[in-house]
Design a protein around this ligand. Structure first.
Ligand SMILES: Nc1ncnc2c1ncn2[C@@H]1O[C@H](COP(=O)(O)OP(=O)(O)OP(=O)(O)O)[C@@H](O)[C@H]1O
Ligand SMILES: [Mg+2]
Length: 261
């Protein structure tokens, strides 16, 4: 089985949560034999990095407006600090982890999403060979949400979109989004155990899934439509969450499928 785990940037802000998740990922990979790829965000860290340098972050529809200065920071923070600290945590748990971004070996190629967003990219092509090479040899690839293109440009890609693109390219059977909420909540803030693509679209249209969750559901839909069998959204802080999700435990988080059977 192939699995892609996306770790939300907020989770990685806490050393304890980061260490716990790293341990869980490593144990799950060792005990179940799944081929596992990790993609991570880091939005809060990025906002802090820029603020410390007197630069205010600007967002349009939840996406960071990325001028030249912000792009340099994207590479430093996502592909630098956040990526390497996560790789170090995985190594400390006994894995052979390898830090990458979408630029490496042409893993992902992007195009500009819209002129007003600057260097924000949308993944349009991918070459998953490197992921297969690494996972087949029991390495855990850890991918930062930075993409290249065929002309040498660098793009900031939303981490959920990066996870969906990598999951589809890798041929993942499952895409697990670990985040800072229990799962997808309805208007009364009740956890939704199961959602179809159509139900996700309704939650977005009605404004119930907004901000970061809207981005996550849109990415989940894209992954499901590209052939990923199942997407799960769950709290990274809930005990033993990685193993429970891999074991198919339906009590945890939200399960997203293409359509109801
Ligand atoms: N219907 C909803 N159900 C659950 N969470 C929602 C909903 N609508 C909006 N949200 C927000 O979405 C957030 C999760 O997305 P967010 O982008 O903040 O996290 P992440 O993707 O895990 O982290 P990062 O973007 O740093 O990688 C929740 O903390 C919550 O505030
Ligand atoms: Mg997010």
């Amino acid at each position: 089985m192939r699995v892609l785990v996306k770790l939300g940037g907020t989770l990685l802000e806490s050393d304890a949560v980061k260490a716990s998740l790293a341990g869980q990922v490593v144990r799950a990979a060792a005990e179940t034999g799944v081929e596992l790829v990790v993609v991570h965000g880091g939005g809060k860290r990025m906002t802090r990095f820029l603020a410390e340098r007197g630069i205010e972050s600007r967002f349009v529809n939840g996406l960071r407006v990325t001028d030249e200065v912000a792009l340099d920071a994207v590479v430093k923070v996502f592909a630098g600090s956040v990526n390497h600290e996560l790789v170090a945590a995985l190594q400390a748990s006994g894995a052979q982890a390898v830090g990458l971004s979408g630029i490496d070996a042409g893993l992902t190629e992007a195009e500009p999403l819209s002129p007003e967003l600057g260097a924000v990219g949308r993944v349009v092509r991918s070459r998953p060979e490197l992921l297969h090479l690494l996972t087949a040899n029991r390495y855990i690839p850890v991918v930062a949400c930075v993409s290249g293109d065929s002309k040498g440009n660098i793009y900031n890609v939303n981490a959920d979109q990066m996870a969906a693109a990598c999951a589809a390219a890798f041929g993942a059977d499952r895409l697990l989004f670990l985040t800072d909420v229990e799962g997808v909540l309805d208007a009364e803030r009740r956890l939704q155990p199961l959602l179809t693509v159509a139900a996700c679209e309704t939650l977005i249209r009605d404004g119930i899934a907004a901000g970061g969750m809207q981005a996550k559901l849109e990415s989940a839909i894209s992954a499901l439509l590209q052939g990923v069998g199942e997407v799960r959204i769950a709290a990274g802080a809930s005990p033993d969450v990685v193993r429970r999700l891999l074991d198919g435990d339906r009590e945890v988080g939200t399960r997203l499928v293409r359509e109801a059977l």
